[in-house]
Design a protein around this ligand. Structure first.
Ligand code: ADP
Ligand code: MG
Length: 728
């Protein structure tokens, strides 16, 4: 009997739910471990408190003030039993990084032991971070990258460590992380959107992009996960026959949450509350053992930090419950994969959601302005947006006939489609008083009623308007939201900047009134952007054909999609909006290609390994049993044995066929890997891994999965789909 698999199954089925103690009510514990408003007011002098607050609006904190802030932060942390501090950052690996230092210090002779933490430790650190990917920006041997405090995201305590959110930049100022470009993009859209918002309300002083992500994930018993080398090494199953029961009964979606899982979720939510992550929703997702968690939306930088932190916390809390969290976009063949919808909008400091229709014709014109400009940005930069969500793991989702296709399009619903059609008919130049009245009464005046009707949500759209926000659904579950949010906010910022220039020109040169100018520009945008609007079934083949006619891109693989990141247009927009210079753009391209290569390389190796070292030997063992059986039958029945042992003989042959299939395909794949590895150009190497190596995965899997069906269950060493997906 294949002991490892059955021991794991035994352990998994013996598990009892871990009891979770209910802390105080959520509102009472929310943010307890965050150096937020309450803690700052308690531990900082009024001056220091104000300095941190002002920093959020771009005011620099001087050295002396940093000392005071550090002192207060340390006192707060020590009062909560904290021993270490770390600069917490998001290198280009897509995850988070930390290096802990103790507060504790002594003199060199061991005297004067004390807990110390000064302004310089708070503000800047130089981690020995030479092995983070930097795409050539920073010479690795120099290792001169430093982390710098981001005062717009509050410090927090996790375990016994004070974590200080930081950016990670090179000494020459180039961003080595995901946070720095995001902060720049948020700044860019703030300035661009303020200018446009002031057409409607002079009092607007700040526009904040908001983000509400929805995190999907799988939860697998840790013993079972450990029993699968592919899950351990790649986060997904590389083989395994689909279970007889999958998600076809739709009995998991929104069903009652299994007790063990519910305890995990409660534990996780308590941790989130302490960390100030405002989690709100939890439920089962479509696939068995798939779940979702969503927070209340927040300012984008904070929301991105919270999502990165959450992914870390989820894995840590899972350990207490003997679970492993799978964030991979497609851990299992044959059931749904996971995504991370990014709900996005723009909020003003006057309390207005710019993507929410208002009560007056003017506020509705404001809504339409931001709404149409967003559509225009997505239209003009659809390839760049596609590139922002490209990864080896997300390739399994996009365009794979499930969840958003690789074609970017925008869904706006029937009612808004009608509104746009009416606006398209607005006269050129000056508008007659009658037309103005008609527009006010019948088009922009009617919006609020229209919006209530906006219930026909199209689940196949990668970028959908959902009443008061856009929902970017193509983002992968394992992604750092910073990358897609940097891109989206940059392209909308650029669009709003251009819009402002066009409107101002019409006002100055053509003597149009403000609203006339706005109507004129929007009308042209509506005409120009029709290709990106799509209301139909995004999964259908007809859409692929139609999208091609419209000139929309359809890049199904990461190496293809990523090219748009370094196009002239991309370099220009990131440069113009001061988000990334060309070195930063190109280095990210290089890093992502390398990451793609590494991921496929590892998958190829692991697959070759388990196919040959698990599947083939098991198949041979079982084949030997059959051979013994046939020999025995021959002994008993003599020359008649062939009739009686016919099925067994066929099985023996069939098994041999699949063994041959595995061996020859693994050999061929290995050869292709060698050829790919010899390439020196990363772009070509990624293409080779994509087009030459990866196609073998399915072929090898085909034979292995066939063998799984033939071989005696007791001999099979790899934990099966039904066990991974239905053990609760
Ligand atoms: P679903 O898409 O699953 O139907 P909802 O539409 O209820 O879910 O909302 C999903 C997410 O949208 C939530 O995380 C919520 O915080 C977020 N959200 C709601 N309003 C906004 C907004 N103005 N800006 C950004 N995110 C928002
Ligand atoms: Mg959603």
């Amino acid at each position: 009997m294949s002991t490892f698999r059955f021991q794991a199954l035994q352990r998994a089925t013996d598990r009892k739910p871990v009891e979770v103690e209910e802390l105080d009510r959520k509102s009472a514990i929310f943010g307890t471990n965050v150096f937020g408003d309450k803690a700052m007011r308690q531990f900082l002098t009024p001056d220091a408190y104000k300095a941190v607050k002002d920093a959020a609006n771009g005011t620099k904190i001087d050295r002396k003030m940093a000392e005071y802030i550090a002192l207060g932060m340390k006192e707060w942390a020590l009062s909560k039993g904290v021993t270490h501090y770390t600069h917490w950052f998001q290198p280009l690996t897509g995850t988070t990084a930390e290096k802990h230092d103790a507060f504790f210090e002594t003199s060199f002779d061991g005297s004067d032991p004390v807990e110390k933490f000064g302004g310089s430790q708070l503000v800047q650190q130089e981690p020995d971070a030479s092995s983070f990917p930097n795409g050539g920006i920073r010479n690795t041997f120099e290792a001169r990258g430093y982390t710098a405090w981001d005062p717009t995201s509050p410090a927090f305590i996790f375990g016994t460590t004070l974590c200080i959110p930081t950016v990670f930049v090179s000494y020459t100022g180039e961003a080595l992380d995901n946070k720095t470009p995001l902060l720049r993009a948020l700044h860019a859209i703030d300035s661009a959107a303020i200018d446009v918002a002031r057409y409607f309300d002079k009092n607007v002083k700040k526009v904040t992009p908001t983000l509400g992500w929805e995190q999907e994930y799988f939860l697998i018993d840790s013993a079972l996960a450990t029993s699968r080398p592919d899950i351990l090494a790649t986060g997904r199953t590389l083989l395994g026959h689909t279970s007889a029961k999958g998600q076809q009964l739709e009995d998991h979606y929104f069903g009652s949450i299994p007790t063990r899982v519910l305890q995990y979720m409660r534990d996780l939510e308590n941790e989130c509350m302490l960390l100030g992550i405002p989690v709100k929703t939890r439920h089962n997702e479509v696939a068995p053992n798939q779940f979702e968690l969503a927070p209340i939306f927040e300012e984008t930088n904070l929301a991105v930090d919270h999502n990165s932190l959450l992914m870390d916390v989820m894995q840590k809390v899972a350990e207490r419950h003997d679970f492993k969290v799978l964030f991979h976009e497609k851990p299992f063949k044959g059931v749904n994969g996971s995504g991370k919808h990014n709900n996005w909008s723009l909020a003003t400091d006057t309390g207005v959601n710019l993507l929410s229709p208002g009560k007056t014709p003017m506020s509705n014109l404001q809504f339409l302005t931001f709404f149409i400009n967003t559509i225009k940005a997505v239209h003009d930069y659809e390839e760049l947006l596609r590139a922002s969500i490209a990864s080896a793991s997300n390739d399994h989702r996009l365009g794979a006939n499930e969840a958003p296709p690789a074609i970017i399009s925008v869904f706006i619903g029937q009612q808004l489609t009608k509104v746009l059609a009416e606006l398209e008919g607005v006269s050129k130049g000056k508008l007659s008083p009658e037309e103005k009245t008609d527009l006010k009464l019948n088009v922009v005046g009617k919006l609020p009623d229209v919006m209530l009707d906006n219930t026909d949500r199209n689940r196949t759209s990668p970028f959908a308007f959902t009443g008061n926000k856009f929902e970017f659904r193509a983002v992968g579950s394992s992604a750092n939201c910073a990358v897609s949010m940097t891109t989206l906010n940059t392209i909308v910022a650029k669009q709003l900047k251009d819009f402002k220039a066009e409107v101002d020109t019409l006002i100055e040169k053509k003597d149009l009134k403000k609203d006339e100018a706005i109507f004129n520009v929007l009308r042209e945008y509506i005409k120009q952007t029709k290709a990106i609007l799509f209301e139909g079934d995004g999964y259908s083949e007809a859409w692929e054909v139609e999208a091609k006619k419209r000139g929309l891109s359809n890049h199904k693989t990461t190496p293809e999609a990523l090219k748009a990141k370094v196009s002239k247009k991309a370099v220009a927009v990131f440069g113009e909006m001061d988000v990334m210079n060309h070195v930063e753009v190109e280095s990210r391209y290089e890093i992502e290609l390398e990451e793609y290569v590494k991921k496929i390389q590892i998958e190829g190796r692991v697959l070759g390994d388990i196919a040959r070292n698990h599947v083939v030997p098991t198949a041979i063992k079982y084949q030997n049993v059959l051979i013994e059986n046939v020999k025995g039958l021959k002994e008993i029945f003599g020359k008649d044995f062939e009739k009686i042992a016919g099925e067994q003989i066929n099985l023996i042959k069939e098994i041999s066929g699949h063994i041959e299939g595995i061996n020859s395909k693994v050999e061929a794949m290995t050869q292709e890997r060698r050829t790919a590895n010899a390439l020196t150009n990363t772009e070509k190497m990624a293409a080779a891994y994509c087009d030459k190596v990866k196609p073998y995965f399915d072929q090898i899997r085909y034979h292995a999965d066939k063998l799984e069906l033939l071989v005696d269950d007791e001999m099979w060493t790899l934990t099966k789909y039904r066990e991974l997906l239905f053990t609760k």
